[in-house]
Write a protein that binds this ligand. Structure first.
Ligand SMILES: Cc1cc2nc3c(=O)[nH]c(=O)nc-3n(C[C@H](O)[C@H](O)[C@H](O)COP(=O)(O)OP(=O)(O)OC[C@H]3O[C@@H](n4cnc5c(N)ncnc54)[C@H](O)[C@@H]3O)c2cc1C
Ligand code: SF4
Length: 364
């Protein structure tokens, strides 16, 4: 059994106190919300904080405020279950309700928060392993080692952004509010992410994500589709978030963001641009899906080999837009959609960046 190392748990009751605690304890401290990602990482010694600043006792971080007309503000410690079940979110920002409702299992959605989901660690088959396993293979750059075991010639880490809600929030034009002892700032959600498997967040470690601010719905409709190995509780190997605004049956605006294919969500801007000014036909959807596969260049370091992921990526985007079309014509919510894939054939990575042999199976 993997055990947690000793640590001090602080339970501030205001955001100010939490910010001050983070400033006081510096690099020794980490924030914890639901703990569904952080505690397993501590058990595997991927995170080694001696102080945890818990956010669960801070009431101002919980709940959903506002509505479709003026925009919705979601407290960072609102659970994923609450986000998925919230009526205004389900009706006006359906992709977000779908994504939150597809994270892991009901138990984890009851504990896991939307703030923790946005900040969740990147994943890699060589990293999501016990300390002993990682020690046996010599560790890697992301923790305790000096080379990347996926792409040994590469100076960077290619661990994959695996949040379900991050690509959706990006496609919806969300902003995030950050608080620290030094002050507050609000940034577009896309400015929160960096294309680096280690430094994957552009915020300082002492900054607390306090709120997620969704803009007015203003005619935007959205859908999210997720590909994963097991439909019951797996991380995404591909997430496709689409938001469209229509004028009659012509697309006026479009945003398309892909998750789980790089160290940060990837916007598929060329594909989105190809939709604007057009009627949604099966031919257009096929062309746009192929364009959208462009930014998806995953390595073989997560659940499914990169080739299957890339072609699945194109299929998912086609399905996502068709789901959106069905929803649009029915005026209702799209069927919650997830697909699991069969046991992947493990193979050597085909990326020119990579010289590794077959990757290991991942562990939780
Ligand atoms: C078996 C299993 C399956 C999973 N499947 C999925 C999945 O399908 N999709 C998915 O997206 N995730 C999945 N997860 C990961 C995780 O459960 C979710 O991402 C969850 O939403 C994390 O939220 P949390 O509140 O538990 O975060 P925590 O574990 O508390 O924190 C996660 C990270 O975010 C930081 N953090 C938390 N809150 C804040 C805040 N307010 N401000 C700044 N930093 C903060 C923490 O310091 C930590 O680095 C899975 C986890 C497990 C164990
Ligand atoms: S991509 Fe490389 S450095 Fe990053 S976690 Fe995987 S093996 Fe480690």
């Amino acid at each position: 059994m993997l055990r947690l190392p000793p640590f001090t748990y602080l339970a501030p009751s205001t955001v100010d106190d939490a910010g001050n605690a983070m400033a006081e304890h510096g690099a020794q401290a980490m924030l914890v919300a639901g703990g569904t990602d952080l505690y397993p990482n501590m058990k595997r010694r991927q995170f080694e904080p001696t102080v945890l600043v818990g956010l669960r006792a801070i009431r101002e971080l919980r709940g959903v405020r506002g509505g479709a007309r003026d925009g919705v503000t979601i407290g960072a410690c609102t659970t994923l279950s609450a986000v998925a079940a919230h009526r205004a979110i389900a009706v006006h920002y359906p992709a977000l309700a779908t994504a939150a409702g597809l994270v892991s299992s009901p138990q984890l959605r009851n504990m896991g928060t939307i703030g923790g989901n946005v900040c969740v660690d990147t994943r890699c088959n060589y990293y999501n392993q016990s300390y002993e396993w990682r020690k046996a293979v010599g560790f890697c750059t992301k923790k305790d080692g000096v080379i990347c075991l996926v792409a040994p010639g590469s100076p960077r880490c290619w661990a994959v952004s695996s949040s379900d809600t991050a690509p959706v929030l990006w496609s919806l034009g969300a902003r995030v509010r950050l608080h620290s002892a030094a002050g507050e700032r609000t940034i577009p959600v896309e400015a929160l992410f960096r294309d680096d498997g280690i430094e994957y967040l552009a915020k300082r470690p002492d900054e607390i994500l306090t709120d997620i601010v969704l803009p007015p719905a203003d005619g935007w409709r959205s859908a999210y589709l997720k590909l994963r190995r097991r439909g019951s509780f797996d991380f995404p190997v591909l997430g496709v978030a689409v938001a469209l605004r229509m004028e009659g049956d012509v697309v006026r605006d479009a945003r398309l963001v892909i998750g789980a294919v790089a160290s940060q969500p990837r916007p598929a801007s060329a594909a989105a641009a190809a939709l604007v000014g057009e009627r949604l036909t099966p031919e257009l959807i096929t062309r746009v899906a192929d364009l959208a596969a462009g930014p998806a260049k995953p390595l073989d370091n997560t659940d499914v080999p990169s080739a299957s992921c890339s072609s699945a990526s194109s299929r998912r985007r086609r399905t996502s837009r068709r789901a959106w079309c069905r929803r649009s014509s029915r005026g209702g919510s799209p069927r919650r959609s997830t697909r699991s894939v069969g046991s992947p054939q493990r193979s050597a990575c085909r990326s020119p960046r990579c010289s590794t042999a077959s990757p290991p199976a991942r562990s939780w």
